[in-house]
Design a protein around this ligand. Structure first.
Ligand code: ATP
Ligand code: MG
Length: 312
């Protein structure tokens, strides 16, 4: 890449909300209701700070100090945790809930640091700086003089493990440090400008998150593998459509949990992207799906190993 990338080069897949597709994807996420509520409140306040002022006036008249404290939080939320647990999916769809809740249009600028910025030295820093420049420019256009913004931007920095590389800042390669600095500067620019924009960062490596980034996060939402109930909620509806009884579903839920001496079970994505398709494709095109066969498929399939947060 030479020079600054264009908006289209940097964010090929911009999304605007409200829209049906993200609404449906968001509704399909299991076990993340608390995350959804927290995230949409934080994002909603960045877009519409007047909402909190109205709330205080109604319930706690005169409590203006607390309003400032809440509204002054940096516009950054970190989604952190195991692979295939819904971080990207939530980040790419939560804008829909906020757009509907606030009655405005929201645009997502998605930037993945794993597929981009692996090239020459300094490229990640350049990408991040450009991403924040565009975010600030676009958010300025949407800013209102008071009250509710006309729209908002969400900048998604996905696969941001490169920004959470080393606990020891001093040991960080100079270029990694420059990337972290560009990120921090960008978050601060949005905060200082009180712009209708927010940053969502997704990473597998919470423990390695740079302290300066961690300090700025308005919230850090943890993501984990599905519990028995959550696996049931993912598998149940699809399997029952195929004619499975509750007993069959329960057997598959048990078989996708921790087993064979391992302390981890299937991830959400193991269930939706590997197991369910495997059960269907095994039967297709000659015969219908059958429960005994499905159980064999589960037993032969190994869950994705957990991401070890301590890894270098
Ligand atoms: N909570 C969930 N409920 C239902 N399905 C889920 C959930 N989480 C993940 N999935 C399924 O797994 C797929 C992958 O999820 P996603 O890409 O969000 O994972 P991730 O947490 O970003 O993982 P990675 O750390 O590997 O990037 C989703 O498209 C969805 O089909
Ligand atoms: Mg992801």
């Amino acid at each position: 890449m030479t020079g600054r990338p264009t908006l289209d080069e940097l964010f090929e897949c911009r999304l605007t909300y409200p829209d049906f597709d993200p609404q449906e994807r968001l509704a399909r996420l299991v076990g993340l209701d608390d995350h959804k509520a927290r995230l949409s409140k934080i994002l909603g306040l960045l877009v519409n700070p007047a909402g909190l002022e109205a709330w205080v006036k109604k319930h706690h008249p005169g409590a203006n100090g607390i309003v400032k404290t809440v509204l002054r939080r940096p516009p950054l939320v970190v989604l952190a945790g195991d692979v295939g647990s819904g971080k990207s999916e939530l980040a790419e769809t939560i804008g829909d809930a906020v757009a509907r809740q606030e009655g405005i249009e929201i645009t997502l600028f998605p930037l993945s640091l794993s597929t981009r910025g692996q090239g020459r030295v300094g490229e990640m820093t350049q990408l991040l700086s450009a991403a924040f420049d565009y975010t600030v420019d676009e958010a300025r256009k949407l800013q209102a003089s008071g009250g509710r913004a006309r729209g908002a931007i969400i900048l998604l920095v996905d696969e941001a493990d490169a920004l959470a590389q080393s606990r020891e800042a001093a040991q960080m390669h100079h270029e990694d440090r420059a990337g972290v600095n560009a990120f921090i500067r960008g978050v601060d620019r949005i905060a200082n400008g009180r712009l209708p924009a927010a940053v969502i960062m997704c990473t597998n490596r919470l423990s390695a998150l740079d302290p300066a980034v961690r300090r700025r996060a308005a919230d850090i939402l943890p993501f984990a593998r599905p519990s028995d109930n959550q696996r049931h909620a993912v598998l149940g509806p699809s399997l029952k459509e195929l004619g499975f009884t509750e007993q069959h579903v329960a057997a598959l839920v048990a078989a996708t949990g921790a087993r064979n001496g391992q302390d981890y079970g299937f991830t959400f994505s193991d269930l939706t992207q590997r197991l369910l398709p495997a059960i269907v494709l095994d039967a297709y095109p000659k015969q219908p799906v059958n429960a005994a066969r499905a159980l064999e498929i589960v037993k032969r399939m190994a869950p994705t190993p957990p991401f070890k947060d301590g890894d270098a």
